[in-house]
Design a protein around this ligand. Structure first.
Ligand code: 5GP
Length: 217
């Protein structure tokens, strides 16, 4: 069975990553979402095992020591990490796995899994980002400015991603994301085995031809 693809989605807070991912997964059932582990406290609406696995710092650090994360990072004072076993199992079963993670984790994935597809989600412009953060009504001006400060740091890393996803309209944007994932799968870097086989088979055919030619002359 062909192994699934690893898709990493990062983006500015307020850019609409969650909504986009839900739209993508509704349209395409081959994707599954990895549930991360974190030491941050659950928000009111969050359920353990659905949004995150919520664990203590001690437990998280024990898992780091045991090498149980594909990647992990600290973000605003808390640990966040991707459990390795689930991702491996899904990829082995041929499912494509989406990780919704921040930039430090995404860059670790780039190193460890060179054929992962890295996508960065942004609003069309910063006015829209500000308006969306404000429109949530859950954060005060200071928190919004902190998130924009974080966005400025993240903006420096966008060049390391494969694709930038401009979230103008969710439905169309999810379709574009799917097209990007399909295109990424055809890149030579993600088909190294096929390229090697083509080269080897060509060499074999040419080698035989030369021998045959040699025998005839
Ligand atoms: P929040 O606390 O708002 O749910 O998430 C904060 C940030 O942590 C978001 O940017 C989110 O994408 C990121 N995040 C969530 N899970 C993981 C993970 O497993 N690894 C990393 N590196 N970042 C994560």
């Amino acid at each position: 069975m062909t192994r699934g693809d690893l898709i990493v989605i990062s983006g500015f807070s307020g850019a609409g990553k969650g909504t986009l991912m839900r739209a993508l997964m509704e349209k395409h059932s081959e994707f599954c979402l990895s549930v991360s582990m974190t030491t941050r406290k659950p928000r009111e609406s969050e359920v353990d095992g659905r949004e995150y696995y919520f664990v203590s710092r001690e437990e998280f650090e024990e898992r780091i020591r045991k090498g149980m994360f594909l990647e992990y990072a600290t973000y605003v004072g808390n640990y966040y990490g991707t459990p390795l076993d689930y991702v491996e199992k899904m990829l082995d079963e041929g499912r494509s796995v989406i990780l919704e993670i921040e930039v430090q984790g995404a860059l670790q994935i780039r190193e460890k899994v060179p054929d992962a597809v890295l996508m960065f989600v942004t609003t069309p412009d910063i006015e829209t980002l500000y308006a969306r953060l404000k429109g949530r009504g859950t954060e005060n001006e200071e928190t919004i400015m902190r998130r924009l400060g974080q966005a400025a740091v993240e903006a420096e890393m966008i060049g390391q991603y494969d694709y930038i996803v401009v979230n103008d309209e969710v439905d169309r944007c999810a379709d574009r994301m799917y097209a990007m994932i399909c295109a990424a799968k055809s890149a030579p870097v993600r088909n190294a085995e096929l390229v090697e086989t083509l080269k080897k088979d060509l060499a074999a055919v040419l080698g035989n031809k030369q021998t045959v030619k040699g025998e005839q002359s």
